[in-house]
Ligand binder design. Structure first.
Ligand code: ADP
Ligand code: GN1
Ligand code: MG
Length: 355
C-alpha cells in the first residue's frame, strides 16, 4: 500500500513538506520543512507492540519533564515531547507495518555521528549520566519490556549459534575467522548477567541504546541537551549504557569503516566520557559496577558485533543496510575494537580508579 506522508501529518493536525532525516538503523525518520516536528515510522519488525512502546515513552518523558522543571531546566529542550493525533492518541496505526509517531523537533541542536572531540565525549557522558540519574527513582514495574533479553549477551550468543547452524543464506563458509572470534570470546558473555542474577549489580531503568547519535548537542555550546531514541528504555544495568556509548564513542573510526587500520579504541576518549558519566553516577554505583566499567565496553561492543554477524547470516533482516555485506563489515569493525579494548583493559581500569 502506498503511504502518503501528508495524510499521516494530517492525522496529527500538521501540514508541511517533509524529508528523510537522520542515520538510525531501526526506524524511518522524517523532518518537517518547518524544522518543528520529527515523524517516524516505528519499526514493527523490531518492536512487536508499538502501542505499549509509545505508552512507555510517554511515561518516561512525562516523568523526565517534571524532574527537569523541578531542577530549573528547560523541559522543551531537555526531553522529547510526543505529539498526539487528532483523536488524542500517541501514535497513528494504519496497519501492522505502518505505525507512525510524531515528536517535537529539538531546536538548535546537532547530532554527532563520527567526528567528535574529547569535550564532546565528556559532554555526552554527562548527558547520559544525568539521564540515568533523573530516572533513578522511576518505577521500573511500570515499563513494558520492548525487546525481551535486549542486552542478555548469552542469549545473543545462542542466537548467533542458531544462525550459524541454520546458515540460511549459505554465508557461514566464508566467515570462519569471524565465527571463531565470536565463539572464543563467548566465554566472557555471562559476566554481567551472572552478576545481576547474584545481586552484585543493580537492575535500574536504563536507556540501553546510548550511541552518540542518540543524544542531541547544543549547536553553539556543544553541551549535551537531550537524550533521544527512547524505544529501549527498560530495566537494565548502568554498565549497558556506559559500555554501549563507548562502543562508538571510543572508536577512532566509523561503525562501518572497512579499513580496520583506522579502527582502534582510544583510551583518552574513554577517559573523557567516563569523567562526564561518573560525575553524575559515581556516588550511586556499587564497587562491582565500577570495577566492570572497562569490561562493559568490551562486552557491549562484542554483543553488537555478534548481533551484526547474526543479522548477516540471517540475510540482513534487522538492521538497515546500505550496501551488500554491510552487516559483515560492521561485525568485523566491532571485533577489531573488542580485540583492541582487550589489550588495554588494565590501563582502562587505572583510569577509572583515578576518577
Ligand atoms: P533510530 O531508532 O532509527 O535510531 P532515532 O529515534 O534515533 O531513530 O532517530 C534518528 C535520528 O533522527 C537521530 O539520530 C537524530 O539525528 C534525529 N532525531 C530523532 N528525534 C529527534 C528530535 N526529537 N529532535 C531532533 N532530532 C531528532
Ligand atoms: C541500533 O536505533 P539505533 O540506530 O540508535 C540498535 C542498537 C545497536 C545500534 C548499532 C533497537 O540503534 O541496539 O547498538 O543500532 N537499536 C535497536 O549501531 O536494536
Ligand atoms: Mg537512534
Amino acid at each position: 500500500m502506498a503511504i502518503d506522508l501528508n495524510d499521516i501529518l494530517n492525522e496529527f493536525n500538521l501540514e508541511s513538506e517533509i524529508d528523510r532525516y537522520g542515520n538510525g538503523h531501526i526506524n524511518d525518520t522524517y523532518l518537517t520543512n518547518s524544522r518543528k516536528y520529527i515523524l517516524q515510522r516505528i519499526n514493527t519488525n523490531v518492536f512487536k507492540n508499538p502501542e505499549k512502546l509509545m505508552d512507555n515513552i510517554e511515561k518516561v518523558t512525562d516523568f523526565l519533564r517534571e524532574k527537569i522543571i523541578a531542577e530549573g531546566g528547560n523541559p522543551k529542550r531537555e526531553t522529547m515531547k510526543v505529539i498526539r493525533t487528532r483523536y488524542n492518541k500517541n501514535h497513528y496505526r494504519i496497519d501492522d507495518n505502518n505505525v507512525f509517531r510524531v515528536y517535537e523537533y529539538v531546536n538548535n541542536t546537532i547530532s554527532i555521528e563520527t567526528s567528535k572531540s574529547y569535550t564532546d565525549l565528556y559532554n555526552a557522558g554527562k548527558g547520559f549520566g544525568h539521564f540515568q540519574k533523573l530516572l533513578s527513582d522511576f518505577p521500573a514495574e511500570q515499563l513494558y519490556e520492548t525487546i525481551p533479553n535486549f542486552h542478555n549477551t548469552p542469549s545473543r550468543v545462542d542466537n548467533l549459534v542458531k544462525a550459524i547452524n541454520e546458515d540460511k543464506m549459505g554465508r557461514a563458509k566464508d566467515i570462519q575467522q569471524e565465527i571463531d572470534f565470536a565463539l572464543e570470546f563467548s566465554k566472557e558473555a555471562s559476566v554481567v548477567t551472572d552478576a545481576i542474577a547474584k545481586g552484585d549489580i543493580l537492575l535500574r531503568v536504563t536507556h540501553n541504546d546510548t550511541k552518540i547519535n542518540n543524544i542531541l548537542f547544543d549547536e553553539k555550546t556543544r553541551e549535551a541537551v537531550c537524550v533521544i531514541d527512547l524505544d529501549t528504555v527498560m530495566p537494565g544495568s548502568i554498565l549497558y549504557d556506559f559500555g554501549d556509548a563507548l562502543r562508538m564513542g571510543g572508536s577512532t573510526g566509523a561503525e562501518d569503516e572497512t579499513d580496520l587500520s583506522k579502527v582502534n579504541f582510544d583510551a583518552k576518549a574513554f577517559e573523557a566520557f567516563a569523567k562526564g558519566f561518573c560525575s553524575e553516577t559515581m556516588h550511586s554505583m556499587t564497587e562491582m559496577e565500577k570495577e566492570l566499567l572497562p569490561f562493559s565496553v568490551k562486552l557491549m561492543t562484542y554483543e553488537c558485533g555478534i548481533r551484526f554477524l547474526t543479522d548477516y547470516l540471517e540475510g540482513d533482516t534487522y538492521f538497515k543496510i546500505h550496501r551488500p555485506g554491510h552487516n559483515l563489515d560492521r561485525a568485523r569493525n566491532q571485533f577489531k575494537i573488542v580485540a583492541d579494548i582487550h589489550k588495554q583493559q588494565d590501563d582502562l581500569l587505572k583510569i577509572i580508579k583515578q576518577l
